[in-house]
Design a protein around this ligand. Sequence first.
Ligand code: PNS
Length: 161
Amino acid sequence: MKGRCVYPGSFDPPTKGHLDLIERGANLFPELIVAVLQNPAKKNAFTVEERVEMLRRACAHLPNVRVDAFGGLLVDYLRQAGAETVLRGVRTVSDFETEFQMAQINRRLSPQVETVLLPASPEEGFVSSSAVREIAHFGGDIAPFVPAEILEHIKAGLSQD
Ligand code: PNS
């Protein structure tokens, strides 16, 4: 596929599911920007700076991937970044409903914006940031669900809950 693509999300924290999508997106597009949503209204487990740093570490092996933060509307960020494609992952039918609606809204806001939806890989299709937060909160092992490079940082951040 052509051009610069943006993979936006909260990534609170990044998971193996996110990394799977980033790796596949990096194979599909010449350039992929992973864009972390900066949303002061939402109480996140990790600061936006931490999430950007963790993603940079987890994506260090991918030369065509850049990690950035954004606030406000995604379509405004796309314009500013010179990108016209959004990448999102779909794990379940309910994900599809949300993603379908978001894609329609973004297209209405900015007609040249296209959304590419990738089905989650079967091995990672059940992973979510909220599950990782909950498992850590109750003392479970999160190692199978998050990239090895950032496991310790995530453990330390979530043990303070
Ligand atoms: O990882 P998430 O929380 O599912 O990501 C959601 C995200 C960041 C893609 C979405 O909330 C978003 O694009 N927010 C920016 C605000 C915006 O553009 N809203 C209009 C589209 S519904």
